[in-house]
Write a protein that binds this ligand. Structure first.
Ligand SMILES: Nc1ncnc2c1ncn2[C@@H]1O[C@H](COP(=O)(O)OP(=O)(O)OP(=O)(O)O)[C@@H](O)[C@H]1O
Ligand SMILES: [Mg+2]
Length: 235
């Protein structure tokens, strides 16, 4: 589904990621791990052409998408749940979700309706008249995830969606929803600092360190490599 070849990017002449190549097949759930500042967000943003333009080749379902305008990349069927607490604080939950349903859909779009989202996320249904600014952190992450699903994308990219959430919110709100994505056949790429969450929802792990991929294998192989975990993740 996603093919990345010799991807490099950085800021002001300093390379942050160099010569990255990876492929993600349909239905895979892949965790992207790396210390703070390892370049996870830079890699994800390069896929969507947010920030400095990358070098290298990116293909989605065989079609070249590298350096296209971000809205055209999204139209190919990729959705980003960005890092941090962005969004539209002045909108009500139902308005924010309604906007996401307006995104143009590609020919291979997955069926996902507002009614379906309210069934899947009863918490968002309860809060549908609440201003987004007044949601809890966990609810806001659910909203961001729901908005990505409503764009009917095939690949859901999540950038540290657990950041700033209490362990209880991660365990009871976020992790079950991420597991559901996997069960329903979505293809998922998630950057995470929370190794426990990453290993619980991913089938494969990619580790970024010193600008490059230093590990790419299934979660079991990751678990059995404590030396690599120590060296590149400080675990
Ligand atoms: N807009 C920017 N301008 C200049 N430098 C930047 C910019 N964004 C990121 N960097 C630098 O690039 C490096 C990689 O940052 P990036 O945000 O990709 O890391 P990350 O792996 O996502 O980290 P975190 O886990 O903290 O989110 C860091 O050294 C960071 O300071
Ligand atoms: Mg980041």
């Amino acid at each position: 589904m996603l093919e990345v070849a010799r991807l490099s990017n950085g800021y002001g002449g300093a390379e942050v990621i160099a010569d990255i190549s990876l492929t993600i097949a349909q239905g895979e759930s892949v965790a992207l791990l790396g210390r703070n500042g390892a370049g996870k967000t830079t890699l994800l943003h390069s896929l969507f052409n947010i920030g400095p333009p990358c070098t290298g080749d990116i293909r989605f379902n065989g079609r070249p998408i590298a350096r296209l305008p971000t809205h055209r990349i999204a139209r190919h069927g990729l959705a980003l749940v960005p890092q941090g607490r962005g969004g539209f604080p002045d909108l009500r939950v139902r308005e924010s979700l309604g906007l996401a349903t307006l995104a143009p859909r590609g020919p291979d779009a997955r069926a996902c309706t507002l009614a379906g989202i309210y069934r899947q996320f009863p918490r968002l249904h309860e809060r549908r008249n609440t201003l987004c600014a007044n949601l809890s952190g966990g609810e806001r992450q659910l909203l961001a995830l729901a908005r990505a699903l409503l764009t009917q994308s095939e690949l859901i990219v999540l950038d540290e969606c657990s950041e700033g959430l209490a362990p209880l919110a991660i365990d009871t709100l976020l992790q079950p929803e991420l597991l559901k994505l996997r069960e329903r056949g979505y293809t998922v790429l998630l950057a995470e600092q929370n190794i426990g969450l990453a290993l619980a929802v991913a089938t494969r792990v990619i580790v970024l360190s010193d600008r490059r991929i230093v590990f790419d294998g299934d979660t079991e192989a990751f678990r059995q490599d404590p030396g690599m975990q120590r060296e590149h993740l400080g675990l």
